[in-house]
Design a protein around this ligand. Structure first.
Ligand SMILES: [Zn+2]
Length: 67
C-alpha cells in the first residue's frame, strides 16, 4: 500500500504525478504561500508604502496647467 501525500492547503490526497507536489494544484500552492505572507504583512503598514510610490510616479498634473 502506498500513501499519497496530502495537499497542505485543502488536505486532499495528491497524486504522485502531480507537478505541484506537495500541493494538489498551482492555486493551492499560491494560496498557502499567500496565507503566511499575508500574516506577516498584517502587522506592518503596507498601504502607506504603496501610496508614497504612486505619488512619486506622477510628475505631471493636468489640473494645474492652464493653457
Ligand atoms: Zn489543494
Amino acid at each position: 500500500m502506498r500513501r499519497n501525500p496530502r495537499c497542505p492547503s485543502c488536505k486532499i490526497e495528491v497524486s504522485r504525478d502531480n507537478p505541484f507536489l506537495p500541493f494538489c494544484s498551482e492555486r493551492c500552492r499560491l494560496l498557502d504561500l499567500g496565507r503566511w505572507l499575508d500574516g506577516d504583512y498584517h502587522v506592518a503598514g503596507e498601504k502607506v508604502e504603496q501610496k508614497q510610490e504612486s505619488e512619486n510616479q506622477e510628475p505631471d498634473g493636468d489640473d494645474e496647467r492652464r493653457e
